[in-house]
Write a protein that binds this ligand. Structure first.
Ligand code: ATP
Ligand code: MG
Length: 471
């Protein structure tokens, strides 16, 4: 990663003093700008992002301290170092009160200047870390069900979410990966009358067929080897609330008929149990597969399909509601860095509008997040991370050995002749491709040449879901 070049603005009417400092700071790999008056300095501050200001206390158009507040109004993270030929305690106190960071008495040695600048940069960096930590905490507390996009194709999705929230019909949510199906499901539950009851989520693709039945209906003690205690299934846990069946398209046919049975009778029986229990559960199902086609091919039961899509919500891909991109960008910036509040220019937004977004809103969010981290939160240039050819390039070429990040460690370890088990290689390679594909399961499965449900199972077995991997 390239080291950030810091920008220092020297404000002093003594040109030879400015020149000497410029030479010295440039030799320390810092960028310098100079101004002879306070007003000239303010114009520079309005056009540039300044890390450090060296401010003379006696300028032709006013006292240095008078310019502290306006300088900070352009960027309150700028560190101001006041320089004075007539030091006094009174002035030092005044300088601190108006927001300057440090104080240097003229004449000073370059080593003294270096030390003060180093301290200012360290302080700026730790403030930044603190702000980012506060942002993370805020993020963890946030309600995650706000759906952005009232202008374009998402307007009708929003109306359907409101409608679904006012009744208890089963809902089928369809849409490409990353379009917001999980988010819509949570939004429906959180707005509904049963919001104070549980919402239980299960991913039909990530459970082996022999476990999903136990997961759905629960089991009695001794029902099978390893059933050491009677356990509730998710239908029972979601009683009176919502059961979100994600990736419903991957549910095996024999389980589809069991699910249909529960929807019809509103009763469940645990595996190995004798008694039936009444349950009242609202099902929200989601899939990025084309269920109607699966029905035609007899891979999905038509009766279950019609039972589930009493209310169906199709979320359009982001390329079909690009008018929401500006709002989504601003929303994610605010959400991911509320205290830090970085900026994004209109031309950057334009570049985002020109992109095709194969990974939909998830990809947009990931790119904004990466930009916040890489650009240290000041002015964002997320377009640097757009890569229209990314998916094709990765699908056709093996991972580059020159890339050095933790995901490539296993490739490096092979180069170093460390012998690994096939399982370990498989786990690490899946992790590697998942990361490259921004957690897009469909594309990861395509690159790996396995079905999506096999991928989901392997993610589960190897503990590779994104939340765990990011820890
Ligand atoms: N309209 C939206 N407003 C705000 N955030 C959104 C919106 N749509 C999606 N997101 C965010 O994008 C990310 C991906 O959304 P989500 O997980 O719901 O997608 P998905 O359709 O379920 O994807 P997959 O098919 O891969 O499971 C989440 O962080 C979600 O909060
Ligand atoms: Mg999902």
């Amino acid at each position: 990663m390239t080291r950030k070049i810091h920008t220092v603005l020297i404000i002093d009417d003594d040109r030879s003093f400015c020149e000497a400092l410029t030479l010295h700071l440039n030799s320390k790999k810092m960028k310098t700008l100079t101004a002879q008056t306070g007003s000239e300095a303010l114009t520079i501050c309005s056009r540039n992002l300044i890390d450090i200001v060296l401010l003379d206390d006696n300028l032709p158009d006013g006292e240095g301290v008078d310019f502290c507040t306006p300088i900070l109004s352009y960027n309150n993270r700028t560190k101001i170092i006041l320089t004075t030929a007539h030091p006094s305690l009174e002035d030092a106190v005044k300088a601190i009160k108006v927001g300057s960071f440090d104080y240097l008495s003229k004449p000073f040695k370059m080593e003294e200047l270096d030390l003060v600048i180093e301290n200012s940069l360290k302080a700026a960096e730790s403030e930044q870390i603190e702000l980012m930590r506060a942002d993370k905490e805020q993020l963890a507390k946030e309600d995650d069900t706000i759906l952005i996009g009232r202008r374009g194709g998402l307007a009708s999705v929003q109306r359907l979410v409101d409608l679904a929230a006012t009744n208890s019909a089963h809902v089928l949510i369809t849409g490409e990966t990353g379009t917001g199906k999980n988010l819509v499901a949570k939004a429906i539950h959180n707005k509904s009358l049963v919001k104070d009851h549980a919402m239980i989520t299960t991913n039909c693709a990530s459970l082996p067929d022999n476990l999903i039945e136990a997961e759905l209906f629960g089991y009695e003690k001794g029902a099978f080897t390893g059933a050491v205690a009677s356990t509730k299934g998710i239908f029972e846990m979601a009683d009176q609330g919502t059961l979100f069946l994600d990736e419903i398209g991957d549910l095996a046919l024999h389980l589809q008929s069991k699910l249909l049975g529960v929807l019809d009778e509103k009763k469940i029986k645990k595996i190995g149990g004798q008694t039936v229990k009444k349950v009242n559960v609202r099902i929200i199902a989601a899939t990025n597969a084309e269920l109607a086609k699966a029905v035609q091919k007899r891979l999905f039961r038509s009766d279950l399909y019609y039972r589930l899509c009493v209310l169906s919500i199709h979320i359009p891909p982001l390329r079909e509601h690009k008018e929401d991109i500006p709002d989504l960008c601003h929303y994610f910036i605010k959400k991911l860095a509320p205290f830090f509040n970085p900026e994004i220019s209109d031309s950057e937004i334009d570049k985002m509008m020109d992109y095709g977004w194969p990974g939909n809103v998830r990809e947009l969010r990931n790119i904004i997040e990466r930009s916040i981290i890489m650009h240290k939160g000041t002015i964002l240039r997320p377009s640097e991370f757009l890569n229209p050819n990314l998916f094709d390039a990765i699908a056709t070429s093996p991972p580059s050995k020159t890339e050095k990040n933790s995901d490539d460690d296993f490739i490096e370890s092979i180069d170093n002749k460390e012998l690994l088990s096939l399982k370990k290689i498989e786990k690490n390679y899946i992790r590697h491709v998942l990361t490259k594909m921004s957690d897009n399961h469909t594309r990861t499965a395509k690159v790996l040449g396995i079905s999506r449900s096999t991928l989901m199972r392997k993610i589960k077995v190897y503990g590779l879901n994104s939340a765990i991997r990011k820890k």
